[in-house]
Design a protein around this ligand. Sequence first.
Ligand code: PHE
Length: 457
Amino acid sequence: MSKRSSFRNRFSFYLLAIGSACGLGNLWRFPYIVGENGGGAFLLLYVFLALTIGMSLLIAELMVGHYTGVSVLAAAKKVSQQTKRKSIVAFGWLSVIISVVTLAYYSVICGWVLHYLTQFLMSLFQKDSTVYLSHMSVTMLQQSGWLQFLLASVHLLISVVIVVKGLGDGVERWITSLLPVFGLLVVVLLIGSLSLESTPEVLRFLFYPDFSKLNWNSLGHAVGHVFFTLSLGFGTMVTFGSYFKKDEEHLPTMGLRVTLIDTLISIVAVLLIFPIAFSMSKQPLTDPSLLFEVLPRFLSSYKGGVIFGLTFFLCLWLAALNASLGLLETITANLVEKKPKLKRSVAASISGLTILLITVFPAFSGTIFKNFKMYGHGLIEIFDSFLINGLLPVAGLGMVIIALTGLPEKDRKDLFISQTSMTSQVMYSHWKIVLMWVLPGIIILGLALQIIGLFFR
Ligand code: PHE
C-alpha cells in the first residue's frame, strides 16, 4: 500500500498530531519528572517553555514538512544542497537515530502497560483479585528481562502491522474515537484522587512555586520533556506536515491547539497521580515506576476498581500505541524516501527489526546489563536522560536551523500570516525572535547547566 499523499481533511491531521503528542510522555514521564525537580517551580517553568519554545518549534516543523513535502532526512538534504552547508544533513540523521532508539525504549514501557493490562484481566478470574494485584511490582518486571523483551516485541509487532497496512486506514480514527472514554475515566479518577486527604498538600507542592527546589538539571529536563511530549526533534511533525498538502488550516493555529491540549493533559496527569502517591505513604515520587506502582494499588483497593483499572490500562496502551505509530511512521517514511525502491511494507519491517534489536538493551537493563550504572542510574534511566535531555534538544536546534535557512522569508510569512487575523502579523515577528534567539539560547543554557551539574553532585 502506498503512502497516503495528503490528509483527507484537517480533522485527520488533528487526530494524528494529538495522537502522537499525547502518550506515555504525559501520564508516565511527566509526573515523575515534576517530582524529581521539586514540583511547583518546575511545573511553571515547563508550562512557560511549552507555550513559547515548544509551540514555536512545532509550527516550524510542520512548516518544513509542508513546504518541502518530504520527511526530515530528505528535507535536511534539500536544505543542505540549497545552502551549500553539508553539516545540515547530520541533523536529519540525528533525528532519525533518536527516533529509532526512543521507540526501542518507549516500546519497553509500552510493554509494562501491556503487562499491567493482562494482570488486571487475569485478576478477574482469581478468587481475591486485590491480593493477586498486590503482588504486581515494576521491580519484579524489571528483573525479568525476557518478559520485558517479549512484551515490547508484541507491542512493536502490532505497530509494524498497522504501519504496513497504512496509518490512513482508519486505525488512528478507531483508537482516537476511544479517547473520549479515556477522558471520562481520567475525569472520574481525578475526582476520586482530588477528594483524598492528601490533596491540599499536593496542591501546595504543585502550585506553590519554590524556586529553591530547582537544580542544575531542571532547565534541561524541562526543555527535553517539552520536546518529547510534543514529539519535536524526532521529525514526526515534519512528516505529518509533509502529508498535509492543502491549505485548509492555518499552521500556527494547529500548533497552538496541539500544544494547549497536550499541556492540559499533562497537568491533569500530575493532579491525578500525586494525591494518590502522597496518600499511599512513602512512595518515591521521583522514579520511572511512579505511575505503575501507585495507580494499580489504589484502584485494586476499590470495589469495581479492577474493571476500571482494566479499561484504564487498555486506553493507556492504545494512546501509547498511537504515539508509537507516529514514531514508526516517521522512521518508515524517511527510509522509503531514502530508498524509493523499497516497498513500504519492507521498510516498516526493517525499521521494526532494527528497533527490536536495540530493545534488548533497555529490556535486559535489570538483568544482563544490571551492573551498567552511571551516577547510580540504570540503563533505562541513562537511555532516557541521554536521549531526551541531551540529544533531543540538539536535534531541535537542527530543526530550527533547517526551518530558518531552508525556507525563504516570503514563504514562511505566507504560511504564518493569515489574511483574516491581524494578530498573526504581530505574532510572526515574535515567533521569529523565539526561533532565532530564545530557543537556541535556552537549549544551550539547559545543556550547559546539566554539564556543570555533573561536577556538583
Ligand atoms: N509525544 C509522545 C508522548 O508524549 C512520544 C512521542 C515522541 C511520540 C515522538 C511520537 C514521536 O508519549
